[in-house]
Design a protein around this ligand. Structure first.
Ligand code: KG4
Ligand code: ZN
Length: 335
């Protein structure tokens, strides 16, 4: 089975073709980050317009690279949610229109299922079952994954997502959007132990997260430094380090707890924040102690991309998923 996919849930247009026999045949990504950066965050209307401009040229490019015509395709997958309504509608309309004219099925895919399955594009791929930590700009979730479509959410953030906390803390220090990678880079120059940030919700049982308190703690520390010394570059680096350590520590503690509760030995991390080097190192150490293994996507498939939607769509098609012809998107869509 061969599936073309369109990802357009936020600020990246991702197109890919996945073949169940040959694997990933081609993929392309256009990031709108530069366009949104001057506004300090994603502007939904601009995102939708840019998806319209970029999607068809990228589809043509990816089909040519994969030496694929419409006759070779068995389905078109698209991200149906969660995400920005207008941006999702661009992908949904395009996928449904192409599928209708090429007389093949279109498949609605959950964006977080895409992230969750992204490590299965790698070699070695994790075997089921596993626990997945999904950490992106919009979500922080721990999920017990028994197989394709068999997901049990074990815990999630009750307020901000981890990536959101990285982005908001970065913005308070006038770092560019998206802030995660910038915080991480600054943290390399930070002074160990100068600030100690809290590890929210780790002192009570359960697998839910909360990141808004961490953000407030960062705001107070930044204000204090501004008043005392005008917020120097070293202050910023020290805050970045303390923030990153607290956020990562919190995620690691909850992953350890989830593995213990489920008895799983395999952990998958996916979503934009899974690109964080310190998080990867810490989880690798942790899983080694537990005699387990940690899996993550290659860096380009940690953040939004079409390949993960093509993979998830192909699995769904093979499992017999068939949707109606109506164009439906789910800006909010629990997994
Ligand atoms: O999965 P993604 O591309 O989009 C969403 O579905 O949200 O994730 C984007 C998020 C942003 O919040 C970004 O700051 C964060 O991932 N991120 C990072 C790193 N790279 C991206 N956060 C921490 N460290 C990184 N290296
Ligand atoms: Zn995402």
């Amino acid at each position: 089975m061969r599936v073309l996919a369109i990802e357009s849930s936020c600020d990246e247009t991702g197109i890919a073709i996945y073949d169940s026999e040959q694997g990933l045949l081609s993929h392309a990504l256009y990031s709108q980050i530069e366009m949104h950066a001057i506004y300090g965050g994603v502007v939904p209307e601009l995102a939708s317009r840019d998806h319209i401009r970029k999607a068809i040229p990228l589809i043509k490019q990816v089909m040519a690279e994969a030496n694929t015509t419409s006759d070779d395709l068995d389905g078109i997958a698209y991200t149906s949610g969660p995400g920005l309504a207008g941006a999702l509608l661009v992908g949904a309309c395009l996928a449904r229109s192409l599928a209708w004219s090429w007389d093949i099925p279109a498949l609605a895919v959950h964006h977080m299922e895409g992230h969750l399955l992204a490590p299965l594009l790698e070699d070695p791929a994790p075997e089921f079952p596993f626990v997945a930590l999904l950490v992106s700009g919009g979500h922080t979730q721990l999920v017990d994954v028994q197989g394709i479509g068999q997901y049990e959410v074990l815990g999630e953030s009750i307020d901000d997502a981890a990536g959101e906390a990285f982005d908001k803390t970065a913005k308070m220090m006038d770092l560019p959007y998206p802030g995660g990678p910038h915080i991480s880079k600054l943290a390399e120059k930070g002074t160990e132990g100068r600030f100690k940030f809290p590890r929210p919700m780790t002192d009570r049982p359960g697998l839910d997260f909360s990141f808004s308190g961490l953000k407030t703690f960062a705001r107070n520390t930044i204000t204090q430094c501004r008043e005392e010394s005008g917020l120097t570059e070293q202050d910023k680096a020290d805050i970045a380090l303390a923030f990153e350590q607290a956020a990562v520590d919190t995620l690691v503690i909850k992953c350890r707890r989830a593995l213990k509760e489920t008895g799983r030995k395999r952990l998958v991390i996916a979503g934009g924040v899974s690109a964080n080097r310190y998080l990867r190192e810490r989880l690798q150490q942790e899983l080694k102690k537990l005699d387990g293994e940690v899996f993550y996507p290659r860096p380009e498939f940690c953040t939004d991309n079409g390949a993960m939607i093509a993979y998830a769509g192909c699995q769904r098609l093979m499992a017999g998923q068939r949707d109606g012809e109506e164009i439906v998107v789910h800006p909010r869509w629990p997994m």
